[in-house]
Write a protein that binds this ligand. Structure first.
Ligand code: HPA
Length: 286
């Protein structure tokens, strides 16, 4: 719907290509955030497709983000994993950013797990915690950059979808259980993620504003994908790894930087890998 960039026809052609080339029928898709791409190693029976080899698919450009679609198994379950996602700040349109969700839907995928690195706004949070996303603030969406902007194709979802129920509680509870079972060393939080387009990290005044708006963590991804996946009827579950704390003081000597984000991802990589693998192998949708 909307544009040729994420039309039914384009998504359907890619979905058919992937089903035919891989012979796989994944039940769940996972999108790996900054510094979390190593989770791709945890699947067995892997088949790796670089984005560049998938006709009609965009390609990824940020350091620390790889660009592969990985098909494989977690336990007995078939999953597909995006190692590297597309961000609006790279110059992709919000339609390109969300195209993979429509592809997954048309491949028969029933649920998505979206992951990201985020800055902690809530002062109770600490670097290395995870935050299960209960709700979001779609800042660009509210002011005109919604991924569903444009003519609506009813084959992909309704014209006026709800967003009060994007994040599936059952999947979220099972994810929390997986972090617990695997003794994830950080705290497991439940909070509100605010999406800002980036690529700039927030100013001090912006961080203060976002807190008053009710946000617990801030990042540059996930929400467009969550909205489009939910629109298509996919079950959605998402979490943030808190990689840095947002700065709230003007005279601070520190500043947000991509290296810190990647380092925290590294620090937690193994524990995230085991928790997410446990979730993937054990979750049930009904
Ligand atoms: N702000 C926005 N995006 C981010 C941050 C942040 O502090 N950390 C990781 N992604």
């Amino acid at each position: 719907a909307g544009t040729e960039e994420n039309s039914y026809e384009r998504a359907d052609a890619i979905a058919r290509y992937l089903l035919e080339r891989t012979g796989r029928r994944p039940e769940l898709a996972v999108v790996l955030g900054s510094g979390l791409g190593g989770l791709g190693d945890s699947l067995t029976d892997r088949q790796v497709l670089p984005y560049a080899e998938i006709p009609g698919f965009p390609t990824s450009t940020v350091a620390g983000h790889q660009g592969n679609l990985i098909f494989g198994k977690a336990g007995d379950r078939d999953v597909v994993l995006m190692q590297g996602r597309f961000h609006a700040y790279e110059g992709y349109s919000v339609h390109q950013v969300t195209l993979p969700m429509r592809v997954f839907h048309l491949m028969g995928v029933r649920a998505v797990l979206l992951t990201n690195a985020a800055g902690g706004l809530n002062r109770d949070y600490a670097v290395g915690d995870v935050m299960l996303i209960r709700d979001h603030l779609n800042l660009p969406g509210l002011v005109g950059c919604n991924p569903l902007r444009g003519p609506n194709d009813e084959r992909l979802g309704p014209r006026f979808p709800s967003t009060s129920d994007v994040y599936d509680k059952r999947m979220r509870d099972q994810l929390a259980e997986a972090f617990k079972q695997c003794n994830f060393p950080g705290a497991t939080r439940l909070g509100v993620y605010v999406y800002q387009q980036g690529p700039c990290y927030e100013s001090v005044a912006e961080c203060r504003m976002l807190i008053t708006m009710g946000a617990d963590a801030v990042g540059m991804s996930t929400v467009p994908e969550a909205v489009v996946a939910h629109h298509a009827g996919l079950r959605v579950c998402a979490f943030s790894l808190i990689t840095n704390m947002a700065l709230l003081e003007w005279d601070s000597a520190e500043k947000a930087n991509h290296e810190e984000v990647l380092q925290t991802g590294q620090l937690r990589a193994d524990q995230l890998k085991s928790s997410v693998s446990h979730f993937l192998a054990n979750f049930s949708l009904d």
